[in-house]
Design a protein around this ligand. Sequence first.
Ligand code: 5GP
Ligand code: ZN
Length: 113
Amino acid sequence: MACVFCNVAAGTLPANIVYQDEDVVAFRDIQPVAPTHLLVIPRKHIVSVNELADSDAALVGKLFLTAKRLAAESGFAESGFRLVMNTNEDAGQTVFHMHLHVLAGRYLAWPPG
Ligand code: 5GP
Ligand code: ZN
């Protein structure tokens, strides 16, 4: 299949997976922009937030709860972390399988560039 993150989820493309279950997969970004940079994806192929359906509500919740737990387990609950989901060109989306970035381990400036 053509989608890189579907291939990660299927196990046909190697990735440094830190968590997976029947709904979501979390793995290390191949080009990290922070000391900790994880991606949390649904196994289901959803292109972007634009394509979310009402029936995806629980799945979206699970993405956030997984990110929260991984950030806490990595020790960033107190010091802080950032969750980012880019949508389309102006936000810099490059992989069109929805994914939640978990960024932590350094001060993250605001607003983003
Ligand atoms: P976006 O720019 O779409 O918000 O984020 C895509 C992210 O996926 C980028 O941070 C990029 O480094 C990461 N990425 C792209 N291809 C791969 C890959 O094959 N493996 C992993 N682990 N990360 C990837
Ligand atoms: Zn996909």
